[in-house]
Write a protein that binds this ligand. Structure first.
Ligand SMILES: Cc1cc2nc3c(=O)[nH]c(=O)nc-3n(C[C@H](O)[C@H](O)[C@H](O)COP(=O)(O)OP(=O)(O)OC[C@H]3O[C@@H](n4cnc5c(N)ncnc54)[C@H](O)[C@@H]3O)c2cc1C
Length: 575
């Protein structure tokens, strides 16, 4: 890979100069002097080398544009990185699994050529508190038999549930791959797009449409209660309804999160999940290689301070050390708070947009605890080598709801929901022979704690998680060689996701589709001419799916074709 470090040339702004001083003491030594403005002029500058920034840059470079991706950290990937935190032990520090990645991105960006290698999870394990468990595989019939061990009624209902969910997912999935129509525009093109969307819903089967509305507006518990009686099964299924979001399974809005997490696929297999070889960091390295193969330049340790604007249009960016780069298109792959309130002066934006972004809900509620293990945990007669996918610690709906109760009142769950995976059982290169890595996604851990803070509570959270795992896997503590705790505050500090929200903004109806990130600004443009957004805070949202990066690239290319540059005529008319 040919990623390079920044070249400082400008040290005039007080803020930038101060930050540059900070960088020097942080040991950022790779900077070299740029030769001239021409060297620093591009067609497009993408701010942020997370997977959406990389996807966006790759599509634009493939279209023939001269692209520069600027990443603040020493590695690409953002929330999707893999790090060696102990010799031979590779951790997916934050994000760990793949399912929602849009399949056409794999083709369009020729990712297989660059090492794309998802490894299918062959099962999911859901232990109960009483020694019982559910072990799901990719075989529907086997899963029914497994459920029948707990409830004959539920085994029958599982058929109907799987069918109903798949029908809703198939109906909703196309929305993930389209730019939301602008419902506030009088442009005939937008009106046609809206009419097409309406007719899509009108053509839907009555039951499918009704189920979709129930999921999009209601609670996961109400939906699941209609089908099932087994608490263990309902706990397992409801777990997908709370991921990354400050809702319990009985809260309205959890249905939407359940639906979102059910839409994925792996190799054409509906709802399947995979680990990428080398973790999600392995995946983002593949993306970076693809982007570079199309000619994109990626600069690391290049924190952008601000977007440079002139007469209402973007003309480039200034790094924290004062270096400037120029382009008539600048794309922010950061979250909406950083895109609209930090990278540009909010006074350049309409008041209603600023108000909407100030109100945009983040309230991160998830943490990560990663373990280096001396061996495999066991559960009754099952030894850990059989856990070749997610292990779901959410043994009933009540368990999940009580975990949420703690968060409602400003504290972290004392019996948390844990979605964990021994990634080394699937990808042996993640740990030395005979040793293992366990990646644990934790909820609920609200960003704002009542009468305390995360720097004080961090290791207490680690202890709580370890204690919980010990309940399910007796002797677990004896296997622990090392532990890494990453709270919402760490996520914010390390990745830059505001309040540690894993999706760059909560998933709930007023922040989705037409309204993500704000009413009137869901089409990846901004009121500043030539300034675009492509992070997870835009439609369709977070997860390692690449859709925002891809859809934003489409809009940029469309605008450039229309205007010969970056959408000047069209965007100026909106402001
Ligand atoms: C703990 C955790 C677990 C998760 N688990 C999963 C999972 O298993 N599967 C899944 O699909 N999703 C998961 N997610 C969600 C998913 O990883 C994120 O939604 C997604 O990776 C966000 O991608 P992005 O490119 O939009 O933004 P980010 O990944 O946030 O990338 C933004 C990039 O911009 C950089 N940056 C920030 N400020 C600047 C600046 N001023 N100048 C230059 N660069 C800057 C950052 O360093 C970062 O690299 C998880 C997230 C977290 C935090």
């Amino acid at each position: 890979m040919t990623m390079t470090a920044p070249k400082p040339t400008r040290k005039n702004a007080t803020k930038a100069a101060k930050r540059a001083k900070g960088n020097a003491t942080n040991g950022s030594t790779k900077a070299t002097r740029a030769t001239g403005r021409a060297d620093r002029t591009y067609d497009v500058i993408v701010v942020g080398g997370g997977h959406n920034g990389l996807t966006n840059g790759a599509y634009l470079a493939k279209a023939g544009l001269k692209v520069l991706v600027l990443e603040r950290r020493h590695l690409v990937g953002g929330a999707a990185i893999t790090e060696e935190l102990r010799p031979g032990f590779w951790f997916t520090t934050f994000s760990y699994a793949l399912s929602l990645l849009r399949p056409e991105i794999i083709q369009d960006l020729e990712l297989v050529k660059h090492g794309f290698m998802p490894l299918l999870m062959s099962n999911t394990f859901a232990p109960g508190l009483d020694g019982e468990y559910l072990m799901f595989t990719q075989d529907h019939g086997q899963n029914q038999q497994e459920i029948a061990r707990h409830s004959k009624h539920d085994a029958d209902a599982y058929d109907q549930y799987s069918h109903d969910m798949e029908m809703v997912c198939q109906a909703i999935k196309p929305l993930m791959d389209m730019v939301p129509p602008d419902i506030f525009s009088d442009d005939p093109e937008e009106m046609i797009a809206l009419a097409n969307l309406g007719s899509r819903f009108k053509k839907m089967d009555k039951r499918v449409l009704h189920n979709a509305v129930r999921l999009l507006t209601g609670s996961a518990a109400d939906f699941l209660d209609d089908y099932f009686e087994s608490e263990l099964l309902k706990g397992y299924l409801a777990s997908s309804s709370i991921i990354g979001t400050k809702v319990g399974p009985r809260s309205q809005g959890s249905g939407l999160v359940l639906l979102y997490h059910s839409i994925g696929e792996h190799d054409g297999e509906f709802g399947a999940w995979a680990f990428h070889k080398g973790g999600n960091g392995g995946f983002t390295k593949v993306l970076a290689r693809a982007a570079e193969s199309f000619g994109a330049e990626i600069r690391l340790e290049a924190p952008v301070d601000s977007v440079i604007t002139k007469d209402g249009r973007a003309t480039g960016v200034a790094l924290e050390d004062g270096t400037e780069f120029y382009a008539d298109t600048v794309v922010s792959a950061l979250d909406p708070r950083r895109t609209f309130l930090e990278l540009v002066n909010p006074r350049e934006l309409p008041d209603d947009l600023v108000e909407n972004i100030q109100r945009f809900r983040f309230q991160g509620t998830s943490s990560k605890v990663n373990f280096a293990l001396d061996g495999l945990p066991t559960f009754g007669d099952l030894d850990g080598s059989q856990f070749r996918g997610f292990t779901n610690i959410g043994p009933s709906m009540d368990y999940l709801e009580r975990a949420f109760d703690d968060a409602k009142y400003g504290w972290y769950s004392q019996n948390p929901y844990i979605d964990c995976a021994i990634q080394s059982t699937i990808d042996a290169d993640m740990a030395p022979p005979g040793k293992h890595v366990l990646s644990c996604f934790i909820q609920y851990t609200p960003y704002k704690l009542r009468e305390s803070d995360w720097d004080s509570e961090k290791e207490n959270l680690g202890d709580t998680v370890q204690r919980t795992l010990e309940r399910f896997f007796p002797g677990f503590g004896d296997l622990v060689l090392q532990r890494e705790v990453r709270t919402p505050l760490d996520i914010e500090r390390t990745v830059g996701l505001s309040e540690g929200n894993i999706f760059a903004g909560e998933f709930f109806a007023p922040q989705m589709f037409f309204f993500r990130p704000a009413p009137g600004w869901s089409q990846y443009r901004t009121p500043i001419d030539g300034y675009y957004q492509c992070g997870s805070g835009t439609h369709p949202g977070g997860c390692v799916m690449g859709a925002p990066g891809k859809l934003a690239a489409g809009q940029i290319l469309k605008d450039r074709t229309k205007t010969g540059a970056s959408g000047k005529t069209r965007v100026a008319a909106r402001v």
